[in-house]
Each structure stands twice: as C-alpha cells, then as structure tokens.
Design a protein around this ligand. Structure first.
Ligand code: FES
Length: 137
C-alpha cells in the first residue's frame, strides 16, 4: 500500500544536518587554504571554502539551471589589464566559485553573480572556534 510518498530518496553519504542551527562541519585542518568541503545541510548541501585563511559558506545550488555549484572551480575574476591594451588579468584568486555547467561565477563572500545580480544565492555565517569550523545554516 503506497504511503503517498512515491518519490525515492536520493542516496546519502551522511545524514542531513538540521537547518537553522550552527553546526561543526569540519576541523580547520580538513579545509586548508585553497580547499573546500560540501557539507550535508539542506536539500543541496553547503560548500565551505577556505580562502587564504578566511572561511566562507555558500549554497551548493546554481540558480541558473540548478547545477551543483560547488563541484565547480574556485578561482579569481578576470578584469581588464590597464597596463596592457587589450589584455586581462586575474584578480582576487579563489574568491569566486564557477558553476561547472555554464560557468556563471559567484562571489563566495556575498553569493552575488555579475551575470544576473538578482539571482544571487545564499551564503551562511562561518566562524572558527578552536580547531573547529562552524556554519550557521
Ligand atoms: S546551471 Fe550553473 S551556470 Fe548554468
């Protein structure tokens, strides 16, 4: 007899963490500068990034077409190189995450995207307490 919930649950690597609370998601050593970890908060997870010693947390969901945002690469942003006509340079290394599906870039600190600013995504408070990284999400 069906229970009214016919959709199968996706396989889960670890139990989901409750939303609206602060969670210990890693030790500081688990996410060294330049590294990241997706933690099981909410439906799509939350990516936690260490950018030169500062931690950021951002939703693992791209608002464009629902891509797994945090499977993309973190890198900088390309701007015009004022010193070389027609050239460009990369600035703010690792401060942006680029969706693997169509390469929209999101600023890790704010969740904003230059492509379509009104479709920016959620970021979450992160703090370090002792050796632990804590995310409120
Ligand atoms: S789904 Fe992320 S850029 Fe298209």
């Amino acid at each position: 007899m069906p229970d009214g919930n016919d959709s199968p649950s996706p396989p889960e690597a670890s139990p989901r963490l409750a939303q609206g609370r602060e969670h210990i998601v890693a030790t500081v050593d688990e996410i060294p500068p330049g590294a990241s970890k997706v933690v099981p908060i909410g439906r799509h997870g939350v990516g936690v990034y260490n950018v030169n010693g500062t931690f950021y947390a951002i939703a693992n969901y791209c608002p464009h077409e629902g891509g797994p945002l945090c499977s993309g690469r973190a890198r900088g942003r390309t701007v015009v190189d004022e010193s070389v006509p027609g050239d460009s340079v990369m600035v703010r290394d690792n401060e942006f995450i680029y969706c693997p599906w169509h390469q929209w870039g999101f600023e890790l600190a704010t969740g904003t995207t230059a492509v379509k600013p009104e479709w920016s995504i959620r970021t979450y408070p992160v703090r370090v307490l002792g050796d632990d990284v804590l995310v409120t999400a």
